[in-house]
Design a protein around this ligand. Structure first.
Ligand SMILES: Nc1ncnc2c1ncn2[C@@H]1O[C@H](COP(=O)(O)OP(=O)(O)OP(=O)(O)O)[C@@H](O)[C@H]1O
Length: 312
């Protein structure tokens, strides 16, 4: 029996009901549980482990996937079901970058029948994230973009509001420490990627891989003039390891100590912290992905087994 956890806001969509009935008619053993409020998806995912389910499917957006991941991570590894995704949100950044189908029928088919591979799960203090946490300017944009506008404009809403807010932002001062360095930074943007994209299609950490035991960090320092902003944008395209404004590196952990609250967006969900510690848990979760999923350092050999597994 596979458990589908559906965000209540989208549970009654006709395409979702049709997809569920079609797969049940085709023989799938699928129980459907619906959330009523924040926290339900995590609880239902945790219960699925105690009920002996081998796989749960998160039906919703990136926030629902995040809640399900948090519920699954409360379980011991032996009890932890694999995670499939039925993307029903407005951004669906993780599903998109994994190369999963986005139409409900095909997406449910994939979530039910594709095989799973171990992926890293990142933790920021007491909250887990699977895809990405952004801090500073990007996080302000995401949390201040009204949901209805997000739905109406899809990913475009972020860049529109982003462009407007770039002129009004204030920097976030603090001290960053990581495995191989530390830096006092006046932050414009900080991105910590286990996956590659957030904010409705912004590929902030395009080289990140879900199975490398590392977080990909993009650090963008604050700018003070139009000239500096243009220089920062040029560097963003080049992504230097250590530029004047942009720094990119990989690390298994990163800590931040700030003076004020830093707005954060953790897998699409807004929060804020004065300081935090983020770190990777290697291979903590089985994730249902396409065979040729681009987010792995070792591509599948096409026989349902990864090169890394075949080699070990
Ligand atoms: N029945 C419900 N009614 C209203 N909100 C709900 C319900 N169930 C869950 N939620 C809330 O919905 C949010 C998650 O939404 P979800 O990620 O599924 O969609 P989204 O925000 O449109 O997607 P994306 O992050 O991909 O843009 C969480 O904050 C969760 O607490």
């Amino acid at each position: 029996m596979i458990r589908l956890i559906l965000n209540g806001q989208v549970a009654q969509l006709p395409q979702v009901r049709e997809a569920v009935f079609a797969h049940r008619n085709a023989g799938a053993e699928l129980e459907v549980l619906v959330t009523w409020e924040q926290g339900d998806a995590a609880l239902l995912a945790e219960q699925a482990g105690y009920a002996g389910r081998s796989r749960v499917i998160a039906g919703g957006g990136d926030g629902t996937v995040n809640e399900v991941v948090n519920g699954l991570m409360r379980l011991s590894p032996e009890r932890r079901p694999a995670l499939g995704i039925l993307p029903l949100g407005s951004a669906n950044d993780l599903a998109t970058s994994l190369g999963l189908p986005l139409m409900p029928g095909a997406a449910l088919e994939a979530a039910l029948h594709l095989s799973s591979r171990p992926v890293d799960v990142a933790r920021l203090d007491d909250r887990y994230f699977l895809n990405m946490t952004t801090g500073g300017f990007g996080a302000e944009v995401t949390s201040s973009t009204p949901k209805s506008l997000k739905r109406l404009l899809g990913g475009g809403a972020y860049s529109l509001i982003g462009a407007l807010k770039a002129w009004q932002h204030h920097p976030y001062a603090g001290r960053l420490s990581w495995a191989e360095g530390q830096s006092d930074a006046s932050l414009f943007v900080l991105a910590m990627g286990n996956g590659t994209q957030a904010g409705g299609g912004q590929r902030l950490t395009p080289e990140a891989r879900l199975d490398d035991g590392l977080l990909d960090i993009l650090l963008v320092r604050d700018f003070n003039s139009l000239r500096e902003m243009l220089a920062m944008r040029r560097e963003l395209l080049e992504r230097p390891r250590k530029g004047e404004f942009v720094e990119t590196f990989r690390t298994p952990w990163l800590s931040f100590e700030g003076a004020d609250d830093l707005p954060l967006t953790l897998d699409g969900e807004p929060m804020s912290r004065t300081g935090f510690h983020a770190e990777i848990n290697s291979g903590a979760l089985e994730l249902v992905v396409p065979e040729d999923c681009p987010l792995f350092s070792h591509r599948s050999n096409g026989a349902g087994e990864s090169w890394s597994r075949a080699a070990s």
